[in-house]
Design a protein around this ligand. Structure first.
Ligand SMILES: [Zn+2]
Length: 60
């Protein structure tokens, strides 16, 4: 499933691919496709409804 988040640094929209097989609670670092600065992505997936919540912040 593709989702978007807004970069915490430059506020540009980034598209990411959510891997459901990686579990329902995921934290990882994704570099912004526009400014290349790292965002810490926190995904929460509801496996019954397939709803995905995304929170992101500056890394660190
Ligand atoms: Zn950015």
């Amino acid at each position: 499933m593709r989702k978007i988040f807004r970069c915490a640094w430059c506020f540009e929209v980034n598209e990411i691919f959510v891997d459901f097989s990686a579990g329902e609670d995921q934290i990882y670092v994704e570099d912004c496709q526009v400014c290349c600065r790292p965002n810490t992505i926190h995904l929460r997936i509801d496996m019954t409804t397939n709803r995905v919540e995304i929170e992101n912040e500056h890394e660190g």
